[in-house]
Every structure is written in structure tokens, then in C-alpha cells.
Design a protein around this ligand. Structure first.
Ligand code: HEM
Length: 410
């Protein structure tokens, strides 16, 4: 963890006294499975708390989280401590205000729901079927396979490659870029991860700049081609490449988690799984509910640009505020019996899993289409999947099962 703000010993001591539950919380409590009840207690007693282990404030109620993420809040992401900015560079997710809007605007139209279905619906299905072919004939006969490594991860990586218009050879490098960027987002004091992220940024940008030029000569179906050939985008090629870098980063672990978490929760609720396999229209509610209960992105970071009062707690300027999406999505004030998995829950899509406000996920329609496409193809080809071995989903920023071995039920 990076030092977030210099807080005097006196202020720290006063805050610890005022917020004893937050003061006792560890980073493991925000990471490990089985500790979610601590967040429930926090939400009830200290929905905005001082968490010294985080070097900042932690928000666990949905109302307070919305206050933090609201466009009206004096919050910023343009700070030195923002490890995503340090790793991936300045782009929409790490920019505020007009600069953010100018960087995001050219990407709004390509990510509209209608366009996503038209452009990518068939590609998503084809990719999922190809990966199931690659599992070999044994899979349909009940041979076990690792759902993450053999299906969900390559599905996310290859789709990101298609979206960016990269060749298959380059797509294989995406995994490496992803790991290099992610590796630099946790501060360990070691300069090596940052050096690797710098190198990955330079290498990926060179590929993307080539792709932008190629797409102008021969327009294709990719997002890169769409933005390259849009005369109104108003961004330089370097700026376009910076946004494409975050599209790549945002589309990998999240999609993998969305597919795995949905199948994980459905396997734990066989009646609901059978209902969704019979009536595939229920899959939309199932994946929404799975993202609510186990959000692929479990933690969102902001910094105060000015003093602000969040749910009655005064937070000075230039301090760190973390939003626990996991806790906000289980807030009983908004979600009836919040720990119950219910694919017909009417307001599951009101979770904060795709965030809220100006940085709300740009790729949410694509994410929904990919999750549906992946699970539909698995069910169509392999029938019901039995879970042979799975580790409960966990993780600080991204949450998913580390291991999930499945087999077609025969
Ligand atoms: C289930 C899958 C996904 C989840 C749970 C998810 C979640 C999120 C969240 C929570 C944020 C906002 C973070 C913040 O407020 O600081 C975000 C932003 C973003 N996401 Fe996603 N995402 C998913 C899939 C995707 C996909 C498939 C793409 C692109 C292909 C994508 C592209 C982006 C981009 C570009 C942003 C930045 C938007 C901005 O700053 O204006 N995401 N996502």
C-alpha cells in the first residue's frame, strides 16, 4: 500500500477512537472469503469509517457510496497515489472533469447496446464455441476441465484482442501486458513492477498506433477501426491509444470473473440454475444478481479534492476514500434479504458493480453480452456443469474463484 495522506498522530488517534471497528479492520478483511460479515457490521455501525490499514476512509453503505461516486462530489482520480494512473497512464478512468469527458466521448457510440449486439453478438458466440471445441471431445463426455484457465480467461483475452483489432499473435501477448499492468497497481516499494508496466505501456501503445494507421487504410470491424475512422473524435492517436489500453485492461479479469461467479452461484442454487437453463431469458437476471452478490470489481478508489461530508462524516481534502462495492451491494436498506441469491430480484441491476457517475463502466453492455454468450454456449454444448472443485470467490480489487474445476454432467 502506498502512503495516502500525512495524518498527524493526534488526528489518527482521534479517528481511531471515533471509528473503532474501522481501526481494527485489516486488508485481509477486505480480501478473503468468509469475512464479509465484518463489512455488514461496519455498514451498520460505521458506514463511513477511518481505516488505518488502508491509509484512508472506507465506505460500506450504498447511499454513502453513491455520495462518493456522484458527479457532484468533490472527488478526484488525478493524484500521484493513483496506482492505476501510474501503471496504465492518464486516460479516461484516471482523469477528471472535461478532460475525462473529452477522452470518453468518442467511445460512447461504439459501446451502445444496439451496436454491441450487432457488431459483436456473433463474434462472441463463435469465440465461445471455438474454445469449447478446443476443450476436445472428452469435455462433452464429462472430462473435467479448469473453467478459468481453459475457458473464461482465454475467452476474455481473445475477445479483448478482437475488440482492439489485434492479430492473434499479438493477442497472445495481451495476457502478459495485463499482468504487467496489474503487477504495478500494488505498491510494494520494489521499482521493478513499475518498470515492467512502463515497458508494457510502450509496447502495447506501439501496437495500437500501428493498428490505428492500418485501420485507416483498411477499415475493419474493430473498435480501434471505428474510432480511427471517426473524424469527430478530436483526440490525437496517442490519446486514442491510451483509451484503448484501459479498454483492454477493463475487459479481462472482469469478464472472467463475471462468467465464473455467475456459474459458481448458479451451481450453489441448482433449482435456479435449472430454471435458467430451461428459460434462457432468466440468464440476464442471474448474471446481474451474481454481479451484485460477488462483484467482479469489489473496490473503487477516489481522493477528496476538497473537504466533504459523506453520510455525516467530515473528510478533509486530499485524503483517500475507498468504496467497498461488495458491502454496498449487500446493503439491506436497498436489497431485501441481501445475502439471498435470487435471479428474479427486481432491483439487482441497481447494484454498484458497474460503478456510478462519470466513470460508470463504458463496457457494461458488452460485458452483459459476453457473459450471456459464454454461458449459453457452455450450456448448449456441454449441458449442466458440475463443480468438482472450487475455491470461494475472493480478492481485494477483483473478486473471483481462484480455482474452479468443472465437468459436464453425464
Ligand atoms: C462484468 C464485467 C465488468 C465489470 C464488473 C466492470 C466494472 C467497472 C467499474 C466498477 C468501473 C468504474 C471504476 C471506477 O468508478 O473507478 C468500470 C469502468 C470502465 N470499464 Fe468496466 N467492467 C466490466 C467490463 C468492461 C468491459 C468488457 C470493458 C470494455 C470492453 C470495460 C471498460 C471500462 C472502461 C473503459 C471504464 C472507464 C470508464 C470511465 O472512466 O469513464 N469494462 N468498469
Amino acid at each position: 500500500m502506498i502512503t495516502q495522506a500525512e495524518v498527524s498522530e493526534q488526528a489518527d488517534a482521534a479517528r481511531r477512537e471515533q471509528f473503532p471497528r474501522g481501526a481494527a479492520l485489516t486488508l485481509d478483511d477486505l480480501t478473503l472469503a468468509g469475512r464479509e460479515h465484518l463489512l455488514d457490521e461496519l455498514r451498520e455501525h460505521e458506514p463511513v469509517t477511518w481505516m488505518p490499514a488502508l491509509g484512508g476512509w472506507l465506505v460500506t453503505s450504498r447511499d454513502a457510496a453513491r455520495e462518493v461516486l456522484s458527479p457532484a462530489a468533490p472527488m478526484t482520480v488525478e493524484v500521484e497515489q493513483n496506482m492505476v494512473r501510474n501503471s496504465l497512464g492518464p486516460m479516461m478512468l484516471t482523469s477528471d472533469g472535461e478532460s475525462h469527458d473529452a477522452q470518453r466521448r468518442p467511445f460512447e457510440a461504439p459501446f451502445r447496446n444496439r451496436d454491441i449486439e450487432l457488431r459483436y453478438g456473433e463474434r462472441i458466440a463463435a469465440l465461445a464455441h471455438r474454445l469449447i471445441d478446443e476443450l476436445g471431445p472428452g469435455a462433452a463426455a464429462g472430462e473435467p476441465f479448469d473453467l478459468g484457465a481453459r475457458f473464461a480467461s482465454p475467452f476474455a483475452v481473445l475477445m479483448a484482442g478482437e475488440l482492439l483489432g489485434l492479430s492473434l499473435h499479438d493477442t497472445e501477448r495481451i495476457d502478459g501486458f495485463y499482468s504487467d499492468f496489474a503487477g504495478a497497481m500494488e505498491y510494494s516499494g520494489d521499482p521493478e513492477p513499475m518498470r515492467r508496466a512502463d515497458a508494457a505501456r510502450a509496447e502495447l501503445s506501439a501496437l495500437l498506433l500501428d493498428e490505428l494507421a492500418a485501420a485507416r487504410r483498411t477499415p475493419g470491424h474493430s473498435l480501434t477501426s471505428q474510432v480511427a475512422n471517426d473524424p469527430s473524435h478530436g483526440l490525437s492517436d496517442d490519446e486514442l491509444a491510451a483509451q484503448l489500453r484501459v479498454v483492454l485492461f477493463g475487459a479481462i479479469e472482469t469478464i472472467q470473473a463475471s462468467v465464473m461467479n455467475t456459474l459458481y452461484l448458479l451451481a450453489e442454487h441448482p433449482d435456479q440454475e435449472a430454471a435458467a437453463r430451461d428459460d434462457r431469458s432468466l440468464l440476464a437476471g442471474a448474471q446481474e444478481e451474481a454481479r451484485r452478490l460477488i462483484p467482479p470489481v469489489s473496490f473503487i478508489e477516489r481522493w477528496t479534492a476538497a473537504p466533504v461530508t459523506i453520510a455525516g462524516v467530515e473528510v478533509p481534502a486530499h485524503e483517500f476514500v475507498g468504496v467497498s462495492v461488495l458491502a454496498a451491494n449487500r446493503d439491506p436498506a436497498h436489497f431485501d434479504d441481501p445475502l439471498r441469491f435470487d435471479l428474479t430480484r427486481p432491483n439487482a441491476s441497481r447494484s454498484l458493480s458497474f460503478s456510478f457517475g462519470v466513470h460508470a463502466c463504458l463496457g457494461l453492455h458488452l460485458a452483459r453480452a459476453q457473459t450471456t454468450g459464454a454461458i449459453t454456449a457452455l450450456w448448449d454444448r456441454l449441458g449442466r456443469l458440475r463443480v468438482l472443485e472450487a475455491v470461494e470467490p475472493e480478492g481485494f480489487a477483483f473478486r473471483k474463484p481462484a480455482i474452479m474445476r468443472v465437468a459436464a454432467e453425464r
